[in-house]
Design a protein around this ligand. Structure first.
Ligand code: JFZ
Length: 422
């Protein structure tokens, strides 16, 4: 088996993916947890399957939106907690092939993604609310066993029937009473056996941490956070966090600025950003999402070098400054000896960075290539970039590309008051 680094190479270069939450829940307009949160009986909820009729070509629309956003991979919910499969399955009649559109949406999706040049990821929820054995495994042991069998069989189908799958996003491994820990979940789902089968069928695949086993990536949700042991992939909705699936009235849309700050912060933390869209019942992508994805894509078109394949930089700065790293302008990402100062809060004609220990060779505006004069004081570590435009060159974020003589390092401050008399 290839090394972890080899497996992760495309993922760390990609940095930015699009999550697609699509299923019967889109028809409710109230999000993907509607069946459970409104305690809709399974037989009543299942009637939605015959009204489910996504327009032909909707998967191409999702992939086009992802490309326009500057994303490099895309992940589709093949089956969410509601149990409805967007793929053909020998172990379920509750699928988009046997009901509703009588189409294999997952097959359309993987073909659209590959045609668009996107890396392909599949999401699969282990739990399925239709099984009493999920909620009361001791009370309904046969149902619990049937649920686990379904999970193993359907993951096998997804890993066998749809060509090369590069990313598997499990979900729903938690116990229904939220009283157990991940190792117990792994035992419940027989995750070691399941993931061995996945890696046998799909050598090189990246598996997330939501089968109860750590595997390859950590998946902080609705927050951008570094991985504690492995590369992180921070996943987030554009609207309120309760609505991954289509939520018709979802007033709290994050701004393009906020989404870009999240993306850059993820790269700054050596992680990825997986941003969600929740297509409408007919499969179309709503304007509130398209507009924001396009804004990200326009920015990445000129500044993607600061994100794709970029990694953590030792210099002070964060999208949302903490009190220790108070660089009000914005965070740094890095590639080798190049630092990318991603300035969200434009300072005017002079930009000052502090505690820069490494000699500076040049400063240019990434989007234009324009060079700027600078002063770097080796004694104090202060870097002042001079002659900048008075007004922000980019409405979202302007990147200054700074070439250093070595990997940029933060200057220690033995005496925190030393700068006063510098
Ligand atoms: C899960 C799903 O329940 C949700 O619908 C969506 O698909 C999201 C991406 O994943 O949501 C979670 C999963 C894990 C936690 C919280 C919400 N958690 O561990 O706290």
């Amino acid at each position: 088996m290839e090394s972890y680094e080899e497996r992760m190479r495309w993922f760390k270069q990609a940095r930015f993916g699009i999550y697609v939450h699509f299923g019967l829940y889109a028809l409710t307009g109230r999000g993907e947890w509607t069946m459970y949160s409104e305690r809709i009986p399974a037989a009543e909820y299942a009637k939605l399957a015959d009204a489910f009729n996504p327009k032909p070509g909707c998967t191409r629309e999702w992939c086009e939106a992802a490309k326009n956003a500057g994303a490099n991979y895309i992940v589709l919910t093949t089956r969410h907690h509601e149990g409805f499969c967007l793929f053909d399955s020998k172990v379920s009649d509750f699928t988009s092939v046997k009901r509703g559109p009588h189409r294999d949406i997952v097959r359309e999706f993987v073909e659209s993604a590959r045609a668009a040049g996107l890396h392909v990821g599949l999401y699969y929820s282990l739990l399925d609310w239709r099984f009493p054995g999920y909620f009361e495994p001791e009370k309904y042991p046969e149902s619990k066993e049937a649920l686990i069998r379904q999970a193993h069989e359907q993951v096998r189908e997804l890993m066998t029937n749809y060509g090369k799958i590069e990313l598997l996003e499990y979900d729903g491994a938690w116990d229904s009473k939220y009283q157990k820990k991940k190792p117990d979940w792994a035992e419940f789902w027989q995750a070691a056996k399941l993931n061995a089968m996945v890696r046998e069928l799909q050598p090189g695949i990246i598996i997330n941490d939501r089968s109860g086993k750590e595997e390859d990536i950590e998946t902080p949700e609705q927050v951008v956070r570094a991985g504690s042991k492995r590369t992180s992939e921070s996943c987030m909705c554009i609207g309120d966090s309760c609505g991954w699936g289509y939520t018709r009235f979802n007033p709290n849309w994050k701004t393009s600025e906020q989404l870009l700050q999240h993306l850059i912060q993820a790269a700054q933390l050596d992680g990825n950003y997986l941003l969600n869209i929740g297509p409408a019942p007919d499969g179309s992508v709503r304007n509130e999402e398209l507009e924001r994805l396009q804004a990200l894509g326009n920015w990445l078109n000129s500044n993607g070098e600061a994100v794709y394949g970029a990694q953590a930089c030792d210099l002070i700065g964060a999208s949302q400054p903490g009190y220790i790293d108070l660089n009000l302008q914005g965070p740094w990402t890095r590639k080798g000896n190049i630092g990318y100062w991603c300035i969200f809060r434009w300072p005017g004609t002079v930009a000052t960075a502090v505690r820069v220990a490494t000699p500076v060779k040049s400063v240019t505006m990434l989007a234009t290539g324009q060079q700027f004069d600078f002063q770097w004081n080796p004694a104090t570590g202060r870097l002042k970039v001079l002659g900048l435009p008075a007004l922000p060159p980019d409405a979202l974020c302007t990147v200054l590309k700074v070439e250093f003589e070595d990997i940029p390092r933060r200057k220690p401050e033995e005496d925190l008051s030393a700068w006063l008399q510098a």
